[in-house]
Ligand binder design. Structure first.
Ligand SMILES: Cc1cc2nc3c(=O)[nH]c(=O)nc-3n(C[C@H](O)[C@H](O)[C@H](O)COP(=O)(O)O)c2cc1C
Length: 192
């Protein structure tokens, strides 16, 4: 069974989840090919895989509501019509913010692809020390917006961003993607 993993990470958080997923699949006997979403083409992917994948997994960061380079996943979904599709959005947002997370999933996928995709979400982090100038400016805007919300009306997840402002945070851990791994590979007990 062949798996294509699309890595849509800019600062490495979703990239590490992509590696964990690849490792778990390989341990279970899958042939795994991980490709960056940047420059992705179906033709090159099919050549690398030597055929069509049985499973396509996307892991990528949320930037102002847009999943980075998710077009690669959409193109793969349209090309590999019999593949199982799994999407992992990675963001600051806590997975308990289910409505917002679901909105991001539905806003980033056309309805035909959304209907075929098993969607998951995990926390990434915020790499203040690494962000580009443009991302730094965008984050300043986010900070100003959150700050303008009265403290008693702020979501604790937003408060946490303000409280940790300027420090690098990292919430990546394997247990965050356990539901995804369980969906693909079965119960934890059956895998270990
Ligand atoms: C410019 C910018 C915009 C972001 N926008 C959002 C957002 O709208 N919602 C959110 O929950 N996280 C947001 N984040 C946090 C990223 O989703 C988070 O850093 C994630 O871990 C990035 O994944 P990556 O390192 O794999 O690219 C933003 C981060 C940056 C730098």
């Amino acid at each position: 069974m062949k798996a294509l993993i699309l890595n849509g990470s800019i600062y490495g958080h979703s990239g590490r989840y992509a590696e964990m997923i690849a490792g778990a699949l390989q341990e279970s006997g899958w042939e795994v090919h991980t490709l960056p979403t940047k420059g992705f083409t179906v033709k090159a992917a099919s050549e690398t895989l030597g055929g069509d994948p049985d499973l396509v997994v996307y892991a990528g960061g949320n930037y102002a509501g847009k999943l980075h380079h998710v077009k690669a996943f959409v193109n793969a979904a349209h090309a590999y019509t019999s593949a199982r599709l799994v999407l992992l959005s990675v963001a600051w947002a806590d997975p308990s913010r289910t409505e917002e997370v679901a909105k991001v999933h539905s806003a980033n996928l056309p309805s035909d692809v959304l209907a075929r995709t098993e969607c998951f979400h995990a926390r990434g982090g915020l790499a203040h020390s690494k962000v580009s100038f443009a991302h730094g400016l965008a984050l300043k805007g986010v900070h100003a917006f959150m700050n303008s919300t009265p403290e008693n009306k702020r979501h604790p997840n937003d408060q946490e961003m303000l409280d940790t402002w300027g420090k690098d945070t990292d919430f990546v851990k394997r247990e965050n993607i356990e539901p995804l791994l369980e969906a693909i590979l079965g119960q934890l007990s059956q895998r270990r």
